[in-house]
Design a protein around this ligand. Structure first.
Ligand code: SAM
Length: 426
């Protein structure tokens, strides 16, 4: 008979192998179908914990290993160390579970003794070593940290590491801003200065009061700000939301009164957008198409391009992003962003506005793209948006919004976002 938690631990190892071994995203889809919902949740929690604390975990293990063990054993040791030092699992349970995991496979069975010996040392000596670590200095893989330091400096990079270690609360955008204070009281949420609601301990989102009636949708407080650069009300404006799924910006645009066309290449993600619209009672025309091939019948007043990017700004929620080599390979994404920007520009009426958005921390997918765009298009001019509630002056300058996870450190941080607003001269 298998021991309690064994299925979840084995599944966590599979997830870690997908991310660290194969460079894939941390995705529930990789879990065995017959895994129970609690085991799925536990497996995802454990895998994310290892990825979030990997630098610290490997530093601890390095002190107890004279050479690197085979990859599978190393992963078992990492999982055990996370449980022991970051998850409060009692020593005997975490160590014996790791030994049992090693015993499951022929390739790792002969190293059960090593797992046991390292486990005992981590359990005995690990807590003091862990407490003495400079966690932010160990949190980000070297090349990722170096890129952040180049872009934003040492202090900001350290703040971003701290935000990643802390994880993210749950933020909600309220369909009708006038209802935000009452809804905050109903949910026990903090009403943020920008108008989003923040829940420190959310539980199941679909069980929250107001969810079924579509009073809100999940959207990070930073992610909610770019669309606000267009103004509080967009009544009657025709807006193309390019790269729209799963639709949080589509819903913001529709709730502000715009006539929205939402386009995305992914039919699966567009199905989620349609569900979101149905739940919130908001309307948009939906198109499943590749923006590099599609063309609209007539120009729009506004195009929002929330372009595919490294998603490095979402590292608090998705620590797998830190450990995938693809995250740093921004050149192909930057080239795609340029192509999408150039196409979107052609679909604007003269005088129309383009809002370019990415959830990236890298200027190559933000500031540099926007500057290159303006130098390619003589008829493009940056537009200064109206002042935005809760937005500090140094976050928004010259039509450009730059948000980073180290901002609002005392309130629980925010995702990293870039947005630039440009007008097509008439
Ligand atoms: C950052 S996400 C969009 C998030 C969305 N705007 C929101 O706020 O909920 C980027 C989206 O771009 C879509 N995408 C990527 N390449 C595309 C293309 N060539 N044409 C259309 N959509 C594309 C992806 O399917 C993905 O849904």
């Amino acid at each position: 008979m298998s021991r309690p938690g064994e299925a979840a631990r084995a599944a966590a190892l599979t997830l870690l192998d997908e991310v660290l071994g194969r460079g894939r995203m941390l995705d529930e889809a990789a879990l065995p179908r017959d895994l129970s919902p609690p085991d799925r949740a536990r497996a995802l929690h454990l895998a994310a914990l290892v990825l979030r604390r990997l630098g610290q975990i490997d530093a601890i293990l390095a002190g107890f290993l004279s050479r690197l063990p085979p990859a599978r054993v190393r992963m078992i040791l990492r999982l055990m160390t996370a449980e022991l030092l970051a998850d409060g699992v009692p020593a005997h349970a975490a160590v014996s579970a790791a030994v049992a995991l090693a015993g499951r496979e022929a390739a790792t069975r002969r190293l059960k003794g090593l797992v046991n010996a390292v486990g005992r040392r981590v359990a005995a000596e690990g807590p003091a070593l862990w407490a003495a670590q400079d966690a932010p200095a160990l949190a980000l893989p070297g090349p990722f940290a170096a890129r952040l330091v180049r872009a934003w400096g040492e202090e900001a990079a350290r703040g971003i590491a701290r935000a990643m270690l802390a994880g993210a609360p749950l933020d909600l955008t309220v369909r009708d801003p006038a209802e935000a204070p009452a809804l905050a009281a109903r949910l026990g949420a903090e009403l943020l200065p920008t108008g989003s609601l923040r829940l420190a301990r959310p539980g199941q989102v679909s069980a929250l009061p107001g969810f079924a009636e579509g009073a809100f949708w999940v959207q990070d407080a930073a992610a909610a700000l770019p669309v606000r650069m267009l103004g509080a009300r967009l009544d009657g404006l025709s807006v193309l939301d390019l790269c729209a799924a799963p639709g949080s910006k589509t819903m913001q645009l529709a709730a502000a009164g715009a006539r929205v066309t939402a386009l995305d290449v992914s039919a699966v993600r567009m199905a989620r957008l349609a569900e979101n619209l149905a739940r919130t009672g908001l309307a948009a025309r939906t198109v499943v198409a590749d923006a590099l091939e599609w063309a609209p019948p007539e120009p729009f007043d506004v195009v929002v391009l929330d372009a595919p990017c490294s998603a490095s700004g979402t590292l608090r929620r998705h620590p797998d992003i830190l450990h995938r080599r693809a995250t740093l390979d921004v050149a192909p994404l930057a080239a795609l962003q340029d192509r999408l920007l150039d196409r979107a520009w052609e679909w604007l009426r003269p005088g129309g506005r383009l809002l370019f958005v990415t959830c990236s921390l890298f200027p190559q997918e933000g500031e540099i793209r926007a500057r290159a765009f303006v130098s390619r298009h003589g008829d493009a001019e940056p537009v200064a948006p109206p002042p935005l509630a809760g937005v500090a002056p140094d976050w928004l300058a010259g039509g450009v919004l730059r948000l980073r996870p180290d901002l609002w450190a005392d309130r629980g941080g925010m995702d990293g976002f870039f947005a630039a607003l440009m007008r097509r001269r008439a």
